[in-house]
Each structure stands twice: as structure tokens, then as C-alpha cells.
Design a protein around this ligand. Structure first.
Ligand code: AMP
Length: 228
């Protein structure tokens, strides 16, 4: 040991749940409320695709098909992002890990810096509702605020409530056909992580079929408890 680096045990939280469970929405709210950094591998991959990086080029077709991008690509992207300065304040992982290999890689990465997972929170939803949730969602291209045609429309059609922006975006993989494949990938490869974190005594289940603010209040309570 060179003694020059003091590992900081910043909070590390994981949000688990199928596509449409509200991980992104809730992670953004937790980010503001608790001063954590939202770390979404989906967002990082979409940025890599848009930038045309080698990883992005490999990931593009896989994402469009609703399958999981390979562990080596995702772990490398996550490791780089986690090493950036702002993550020292604590992170909320949204969409990572999605496989047991990724969960083990995360354990090793955190162990190397003296950190650990404070909680893995499973957002408990019903699959049948996810297709409607996903196919109606859109975000503001200006500030990233998330909306939904039925559940959270903008106050004025086509205008962002938060920044007044008028360029709304819908994800290429938020179609009914792709959602079915994404749900299948979740159940086959990601749902086993619920047992993985339960075994570590880190799992908390939060019912997530209700109103966004009510779920946020429950999550706030869980996060306050595990980070203080
Ligand atoms: P998300 O924005 O979390 O819904 O992710 C969108 C897509 O990115 C997924 O359907 C996968 O194709 C890919 N993706 C995101 N995170 C991961 C991950 N941890 N492992 C593998 N693929 C991922």
C-alpha cells in the first residue's frame, strides 16, 4: 500500500426491476434528494452508440433487438464511469448489473476501492403493465425530464414542464415488439440477481405499481436508512 489513497466508503445503491419498472425516473429523483450520481448503463450505451465509438457500434444492433449487450462491453463502460470524480459522492446504479457476471464484477470493483453495496432495491411490478408503460414514454431532448402519454403528460402538449424545451424524444427500443424481448431478457438473466442480493442480506423489495411520488417516498425512506 502506498498510503496516499484513502478509500472513501460512499453509498452504492442498485435499482433492480424489469424495463418499465421506473428505475430511471426514481433514480433521477433519488439523485436530487440524496446527492447521489445516477449511473445508467443504458444511457452510457446510448451515448456510445450516438458517438459511434467501437463499443457503441458493437452494441447498437443488440440494443435494437432488445437483447443484453455483452458483459465485457458493459463492465468496461461502467468501470470507466465509476472511476470519475463525481462518483465519489455515491452512486445509484440504474440498469446495472443485469447478469450474475456483472454483479460479481461489481463486487470485485467495489472491494478494490474499499466500498460495498448499501442496498439492492427491487422495484416490484407486474409484467402485464410494462408494455403500456414503456410504449407511452418520452423524454425532453433539452433537459432529459421523463414523461408518459397517459401517466405523466406535459402540462402543455409538446412543451417540457421543466425547461420549456419542445424537442421530445422516444427511444428506438421502446416499441411493443422490443419490449417483449427485453422482458424475456430480464427474467432469464437479471431476475436471478434478486436471489443473489438476498443471499448477501442486501435486498429490499419496494412495491412499484402505484403513483410515482408514493414510490419515491418509500424509496427515500429506504435510502435514508441505508446511507446514514
Ligand atoms: P435501459 O436504458 O436500462 O433500458 O437499457 C437499454 C438497453 O441497453 C438494454 O435493453 C440492453 O440492450 C442495454 N443495456 C443496458 N444496460 C445493460 C447491462 N447492464 N447489461 C447488458 N445490456 C445492457
Amino acid at each position: 500500500m502506498d498510503g496516499s489513497k484513502t478509500p472513501v466508503a460512499a453509498p452504492v445503491l442498485i435499482l433492480l426491476g424489469p424495463p418499465g419498472a421506473g428505475k430511471g425516473t426514481q433514480a433521477r429523483m433519488l439523485e436530487e434528494a440524496h446527492g447521489l450520481v445516477q449511473l445508467s448503463t443504458g444511457d452510457l450505451l446510448r451515448a456510445a452508440v450516438a458517438a459511434g465509438t467501437p463499443a457503441g457500434q458493437r452494441a447498437k444492433a443488440v440494443m435494437e433487438a432488445g437483447d443484453l449487450v455483452s458483459d465485457d462491453i458493459v463492465i468496461a463502460i461502467l468501470r470507466d464511469r465509476l472511476g470519475e470524480a463525481d462518483c465519489a459522492q455515491g452512486v445509484i446504479l440504474d440498469g446495472f448489473p443485469r447478469t450474475t457476471v456483472q454483479a460479481q464484477a461489481l463486487d470485485a470493483l467495489l472491494a478494490a476501492t474499499g466500498q460495498r453495496i448499501n442496498a439492492a432495491i427491487s422495484l416490484e411490478v407486474e409484467d402485464a403493465a410494462m408494455v403500456e408503460r414503456i410504449s407511452g414514454r418520452f423524454t425532453c431532448g433539452g433537459c432529459g425530464e421523463g414523461y408518459h402519454d397517459s401517466f405523466k403528460p406535459t402540462a402543455k402538449p409538446g412543451v417540457c414542464d421543466t425547461c420549456g424545451g419542445t424537442e421530445m424524444k422516444r427511444r428506438a427500443d421502446d416499441t411493443a415488439e422490443t419490449v417483449a424481448q427485453r422482458l424475456e431478457a430480464y427474467h432469464a438473466q437479471t431476475a436471478p440477481l434478486i436471489t443473489y442480493y438476498q443471499g448477501k442480506g442486501a435486498l429490499t423489495r419496494v412495491p412499484a405499481m402505484g403513483a410515482i411520488d408514493q414510490i419515491a417516498a418509500e424509496l427515500n425512506a429506504v435510502v435514508s436508512q441505508v446511507t446514514t
